[in-house]
Design a protein around this ligand. Sequence first.
Ligand code: TXA
Ligand code: MG
Length: 335
Amino acid sequence: MTEILKADPQTIAQAASLIREGGLVAFGTETVYGLGALATSDAAVARIFAAKQRPRFNPLISHFASAEAAFAHVETTPLAQRLADAFWPGPLTMILPRNAHSDICDLATAGLPTIALRVPRGKTALALLREVGQPVAAPSANPSGRVSPSDAFHVLRNMHGHIDAILDSGPCSVGLESTVIDLSREVPFLLRPGGVTLEQLEAVCGTIRNPDDYATKLPASPGMLASHYAPALPVRLNAETAAPDEALLAFGPAPAGAGLVYNLSENADLEEAAARLFAGLRFLDSEGHRRGLRAIAVMAVPRHGLGLAIRDRLRRAASPRPMSGGDGDDEVESM
Ligand code: TXA
Ligand code: MG
């Protein structure tokens, strides 16, 4: 049974005790919905991997209510501290070497010598984390390889019956996952563009390894394999218009005559587009399928600001799938 809890102080306390007892609770953050479990418990974390059908080599982010609580688990650096001051709470995840005191379980870190840390700024998420009082491991609450959930009903559709509860705090304000930066190397390395833009990071860090490198190289993060965010329909990038048998994911003024259209932002506003991206992909996928369409054509999005993260998600959505057909549950992949 999956309980649906509208977020309020009482349900947040209820969700926190479910997590403390080893349960699995999806909760809204400012980025996407996470699937949370106690990061210190192998048994609890094993349930996340089972519910998502996620390969166990792909580590999870541990979530905390404060930078102080997060940094207690790692060898911190002055740069990490500066980034925390600038962006926490908020959509930034930092990878740092774990220290000898950390009790985060090996399954959560996939046995790596590093830990991914995040302090979200979503009010419900923060209240929940405060109430749990321990690190909460939480990947995005979608089946591995599929489109991430930016609203509680997306979680409901994919995870109902497989998890203990969904803490519904409404749609996510950012709508794209956190930016992941690896601070365990000599030069900071952007593993995943996300809600904090590269421009914002560079203002604090200076040099960061070029994010566009990873399209052509081996994945630097265990979860950064090519295909992800995959709708059931194939995705065609850089479309100027849609063919008669295609749905159109538009950005800015849409071409006349297209049939099924979802506009990410008519005013070409990247923040609005980010917040609407996953809902748009889900809508065109299900409605396009219902109408017998063959593919989703996607208009180009600029490379700056949140556009970098949007382009990354779209590129992965368009990548060849590891296995054909099916509902994606068995795909070898994911973030
Ligand atoms: O916005 C977000 O980050 C959401 C919300 C729920 O916080 N979470 C999320 O988690 O997107 P997930 O598991 O879907 O993506 C985490 C990414 C994966 O690509 C994973 O491989 C990478 O972070 N990651 C986690 N720990 C890592 C580590 N120690 N070293 C390198 N990459 C790591
Ligand atoms: Mg994910």
